[in-house]
Design a protein around this ligand. Sequence first.
Ligand code: B12
Ligand code: SF4
Length: 445
Amino acid sequence: MYIKLVQPRMIKRPMDTDLKLHMAPPLGLLTIAGILRGKHRVVLENENIERICYDDKPDIVGISVTVDSLPRAVKIAKRFRERGAIVVAGGIHISTAYETVPEDAFDVLCVGAAEGTWDRIVSDAENGTLKKLYYCGRLSGGEIVSPAYDMIDRSKYLYTSVIHTSRGCPFRCDFCYNSADAHQFVNRPVPDVIREIKMTSSRHIMFIDDNFAGNPKWTKEFLKAIMPMKLKWQAAVSINAAKDPELLDLMRRSGCQSLFIGFESINNESVKNVHKVQNSTKEYEKAIREIHRRGIMINGSFVFGLDGDTAETFDATVKWIVKNRIETVTSHILTPYPGTALYDRMSSEGRITSHDLSKYNTANVVFRPLGMSAEELYNGYLKVYRDVYSLKNIYRRLPRTRSQRVPYLLFNLLYRKYGRFTDGVCKFITYQRMGRIGEVLAKYM
Ligand code: B12
Ligand code: SF4
């Protein structure tokens, strides 16, 4: 069979440049390619970096859907279905909230990991016994299939050495897709991950797990195993990881450069309201010191519009970020993704003001906030980006550890502050080369 896999384009936020579209290849679809190729003809098209071709005649089209890309996915599906293809939708949003997806938008909906469903979908399509809904059920780590890394056009991406060591997260924060029942937490066998790292032929690895330290025992074993590989790596962890000195030491010794941490809010009430049970704001500053002390940078993630937030929250948060020299910051407007505990609560309180999912990319206000107006929330969110990445505050946040200053300045200036300029350069020298230049500069300074 001829199977085409499609990644719908994402909607950029006001502060994003095209660098975001070229950040990393879609691992979900590459995993499906890993499952199917050899048995079928498989083509992958990522609308973030190329145009989708509607002129060929695939038998099956598989579309990966996050909440914000659902409206675009529906349009793509319509065009392929008009040409006679069977369209299968899967991915994070379908797995979280398949029952909210318009009935007639796709031929097949797939809940959970592709590893447990695609072979059945294809053989049922061949036999004419296709069903509307497929479930994966529980997956063991050893059943996770490696993405087809060799299918990536490396010139189109900043980072291609992206690896996942686990799926899901042990926590269930109300606003996160992991609060929906369909998601499980599972680690992969250590040798499988090491084999994948070797496949990338790079020593700079980005682990894209939701929570790289979701099972600290596994993470420690893994870090000991990669120690001889002399990697430089970054990952996302929940803040409780910083309470474990042995884990932090192993991270440093195995080459950790930066950790992405969901602080979400500096207001304890706000954090507790969304059941982020592992976060205690009282312990934040100590956690930051422990991480910085080991020469590891922090990418702090913050959510605005939580029920304890007011119009004062924005400036207070920026002040705190600068004081604690958080090296990079990602912020979001609280967004009630369908299928999450937050959505159910806001929906029952009648607070959802927009059901247009293309606005659900955390850069729009789609609900009625409690402690401020929707306008104050939107403007405050934009101001946080402006203030954190002002030249003055980039200077004030400069890391104390000298070796961190080059990667710090590269990200703050070339990605965030002057991203449009950098993107223009990438169009000439390729995104891959820009990613490499960043790695090399960071290594020698
Ligand atoms: C890397 C990443 C990015 C990268 C690259 C995205 C890319 N091209 O893949 C960047 C930084 C650009 C990015 C951007 C954004 N991201 Co993002 N991102 C991730 C991250 C960390 C990893 C994705 C990944 O590779 N996973 C590993 C693969 C193997 O898993 P998977 O995609 O789930 O695929 C499996 C199954 O879902 C299924 N499957 C997947 N596709 C399909 C398709 C079919 C047909 C079938 C049958 C099955 C199937 O099978 C796969 C294999 O088992 C995830 C969190 C996570 N850990 O998954 C967030 C995540 C996907 N992002 C998210 C968000 C919100 C965004 C942004 C909106 C952020 C923003 N404010 O701008 C944007 C735009 C998203 C978009 N429209 O694409 C949310 C989505 C929430 C939701 N409910 O939809 C996530 C889940 C983070 C989170 N915890 O909230 N992201
Ligand atoms: S810790 Fe992060 S990934 Fe885990 S459930 Fe909470 S928000 Fe989601």
